[in-house]
Design a protein around this ligand. Structure first.
Ligand code: SF4
Length: 473
């Protein structure tokens, strides 16, 4: 079978950083002459881009690998590669557990995948290559983007924090910052290719600039992004309350294309739990930031991440988390049950909470937050928002006669399909109904089409989704 016809599939687990890496993995395989597999067909090369944050991440990978074992037995030319955080952590353990895997590569050497696949094929021997730190920023690698209109741009990799539940610093290393000029050049190039929304990515974007000694670098970057013609929307992920400074709030409020949405992980509403998580802030500081953000941008929506059942969490601590979510009025909270991660300080802590109690608290927090999200969304009824029609969800739902998009404050909105809007357009919509997870609206008019490029782009998206990274949380 010639190299030219070999197909690939990228399976992605975990965070946006991994989704972005998977775009690079797909771009590298394209450049090496492989083609994306047609949905439903068996790929010649399957790449798992893994996550190591939560326990079930391991189970998912090894479960999928054992599913592929008999398929590979029947197709000896098939190749399996495992990359990402779990590969960086488990290394040769992966080959011990799944000796039919051909390549194991780490978070710092995504670029090596095509060479490692070729070497494994020619030498008929599994290849492992894991680097301890990043040599080159992955942003120079080719990418097959997930969307024609929205894109991720990483501004830093790694993290200097030491949250006791988190394995990321061990696997992605200390923080490395890209130069602002490189980031802005990539953003301008993306806008030229038709992108209208960019999300700036980093484990802790608020610490951006530490490496080159400029504490104000992130706020400046937001302001500079505001000067890029054609860039309608700028978002960022993830900020950290410890380093969240007022110049960022001012930059958000004073830069029209920076969207009024802040996803700021809280993790716990109890100061004693935040201390044992080593989060380096307390609830008063967290609430203070929210207050200043809302003073500067009353329309801003705030979302968060919360871990339930951290070692030592008492009913009182948990009640403090419930109380804080009531005060904070988050539009949404992504809640997680704490799970032990080997290699993290929290994994060694005594007072691990019984999993039944964790489950019960998780349900209580979920129900509590549902009510808050519903009330927050209901307060939008009657207001007008701008929805960016996204590719996948955005497609016209003939049965329901509606389309879907994301509002400027990052809420999902389903709206009447009685305009000629298409994916990539921005539509003015009037909110008519609300649920805890989405808004319903009447379309008013198409506020912005993507013009010439947009028309060309419309044909492209359909093809780019084939074989593209499937994201599994
Ligand atoms: S800030 Fe904490 S939770 Fe986030 S990546 Fe860094 S160590 Fe992990």
């Amino acid at each position: 079978m010639s190299l030219m016809t070999r197909t690939y599939l990228v399976e992605t687990y975990g965070c946006q950083m991994n989704v972005h890496d998977s775009e690079r993995i797909a771009g590298l395989l394209d450049e090496a002459g492989y083609i994306p597999v047609i949905e439903g067909n068996q790929a010649d090369i399957v790449v798992f881009n893994t996550c190591a944050v939560r326990e079930n991440a391991d189970n998912k990978l090894y479960g999928n690998l054992s599913f592929l074992a008999p398929i590979k037995k029947k197709n000896p030319g098939m190749q399996i590669a495992v990359g990402g955080c779990l590969a960086q952590k488990d290394r040769s353990i992966i080959l011990k557990k799944a000796p039919y895997v051909d390549v194991v590569f780490g978070t710092h050497n995504v670029g090596s995948l095509p060479v490692l696949l070729e070497r494994a094929r020619i030498e008929e021997e599994a290849q492992i290559e894991i680097l301890e730190s990043l040599e080159h920023f992955p942003s120079t690698l080719p990418a097959r983007r997930f969307s024609a209109f929205t894109s991720w741009v990483s501004i830093s990799v790694g993290c200097n924090n030491t949250c006791t539940f988190c394995i990321v610093p061990t696997l992605r290393g200390v923080e490395k910052d890209r130069q602002p000029a490189d980031i802005l050049t990539e953003m301008r190039a993306l806008v030229e290719q038709g992108v209208i929304e960019i999300t700036l990515l980093g484990q802790n974007v608020n610490a951006y600039g530490v490496e080159f000694g400029d504490r104000g670098a992130f706020a400046n970057l937001l302001r500079e992004a505001g000067k890029i013609d054609g860039l309608e929307r700028v978002r960022f992920m993830s900020p950290h309350p410890r380093d969240f400074t007022d110049d960022v709030i001012e930059a958000m409020a004073q830069t029209p294309n920076v969207m009024p949405h802040l996803h700021m992980p809280l993790q716990s509403g109890s100061d004693s739990i935040l201390q044992s998580m080593r989060r380096s802030y307390r609830t008063d500081k967290y609430l203070g930031i929210l207050e200043r953000v809302r003073a500067a941008m009353p329309e801003a929506m705030i979302t968060t991440d919360i871990i339930v059942g951290f070692p030592g969490e008492t009913e009182e601590d948990f009640q403090a988390t419930l109380d804080l979510t009531t005060k904070a009025q988050f539009a949404a909270a992504y809640t997680y049950k704490y799970s032990i991660r080997p290699g993290t300080p929290a994994g060694e802590m005594p007072n691990q909470v019984d999993h039944n109690i964790v489950g019960e608290r998780y349900t209580r927090l979920h129900e509590h937050q549902q009510k808050i999200s519903l009330a927050v969304n209901q307060s939008a009824i009657g207001s007008v928002h701008r929805a960016l029609v996204s590719e996948v969800e955005g497609r016209r739902d003939e049965a329901q006669a509606r389309m879907t998009g994301k509002t400027e404050d990052f809420r999902l909105v389903h709206f009447s399909a009685d305009t000629d809007a298409r994916p990539g357009d921005i539509v003015d919509v009037k909110i008519t109904e609300a649920s805890a997870h989405y808004l319903l609206a009447d379309a008013i008019s198409v506020a912005r089409t993507r013009g010439g490029d947009a028309h060309q782009a419309r044909t492209a998206p359909a093809s780019t989704t084939l074989g593209m990274p499937k994201v599994r949380a």
